[in-house]
Design a binder for this molecule. Structure first.
Ligand code: CP
Length: 308
């Protein structure tokens, strides 16, 4: 059954995930046609409410909504009355009067999209909230993995880096486990929480993690802006211990592993320049697939009554 909102991956059944991933396939096929638009959401309005910076997610949602023929309004947070102290609740009540059908929210505070969802009839899509969730990133990651492994059951994905602060690690590992993929974490002990999802192997040593024989190495951005204290000695040291250096890329290539990264990348930290030209890098595929998956999400959700 379609949902009103998409706030996290935990709330999706496996069948719903499979449905969304299947639905994204014909939307991706559209991209190769001369006319890339369909009238599915003609007359519907989409409000983009981004309180945090974003390149990929923001532009991807905007393109997705426009390819479905929706009208898109960008709420300019920097020039809004929020800068004069207006609360999120007041802002939402004002925006509610505009009768948007969809509100796409990114905010540094975990749970804020859920609060907005309860205040509005619009379908709310979480575009990333603090270290909590980033469900459409997870869907596009699952879609990208399924393109390479149509039956991903038993495949292994090693997620490397700042797990502690990463909404991507949380949502992507949840979706991968739901579709049968085995997940492991690798990073400094200070950034790989011991408690958390079950059935996820934890590694702090790069070679031990590679011995686990992953099919995909999924690199995370080191979130310097979310780290209130120093979690490792230096970025240079992080690169030496956990980054994909030229030498590690040679080993990854020899083993035929895929590399993924949600972006934006920190060159010289998570990866060396050569990763961007690696033939099994899926980083650009992730960006392209993000549009198709977000079209599927917008098409599937059903705006409705005010909840709660
Ligand atoms: N992957 C991701 O969320 O990127 P942006 O911060 O550029 O949206």
């Amino acid at each position: 059954m379609p949902h009103k909102d998409l706030l996290d991956i935990v709330s999706l059944e496996r069948g719903e995930i499979e449905h969304l991933l299947d639905q994204a396939v014909p939307f991706k096929d559209l991209f190769t046609r001369s006319v890339k638009k369909v009238p599915a959401l003609k007359g519907k309005s989409v409000l983009m409410l981004f309180y945090e910076a974003s390149t990929r997610t923001h532009s991807s949602f905007e393109v997705a909504a426009k390819r479905l023929s929706a009208d898109v309004t960008n709420f300019d947070v920097a020039h809004s009355s929020i800068t004069k102290g207006e609360s999120v609740r007041e802002t939402i009540e004002t925006l509610q009067a505009m009768r948007s059908d969809f509100i796409i929210v990114r905010h540094g505070r975990a749970g804020l999209p859920g609060t907005i969802a309860r205040l509005t009839r619009a379908s709310v899509i979480n575009a990333g909230d603090g270290a909590h969730a980033h469900p459409t990133q997870a869907l596009l990651d699952a879609f990208t993995i399924k393109e390479k492994f149509p039956d991903p059951s038993g495949k292994r994905v090693l997620i490397v880096g700042d797990i502690l602060h990463s909404r991507v690690a949380r949502s992507t590992s949840t979706i991968l486990k739901k579709i049968g993929v085995e997940v492991a974490y690798l990073g400094p002990g200070s950034l790989v929480p011991r408690v958390g999802p079950e059935n996820i192997r934890r590694f702090t040593d790069y070679q031990a993690a590679m011995a686990w024989a992953p099919d995909v190495v999924y690199l995370l951005r080191v979130h310097m802006e979310r780290q209130d204290v120093q979690y490792f000695p230096s970025l240079r040291e992080y690169h030496r211990l956990y980054g994909v250096t030229d030498a590690r890329l040679a080993e990854i290539r020899a083993r035929g592993l895929y590399i993924m990264h949600p972006g934006p990348v920190n060159r010289g930290v998570e990866l060396c320049d050569a990763v961007m030209d690696y033939e099994r890098s899926l980083i650009n595929d992730q960006v392209e697939n993000g549009i198709a998956v977000r079209m599927a999400v917008l098409y599937w959700l059903k705006p409705g009554a005010v909840m709660g």
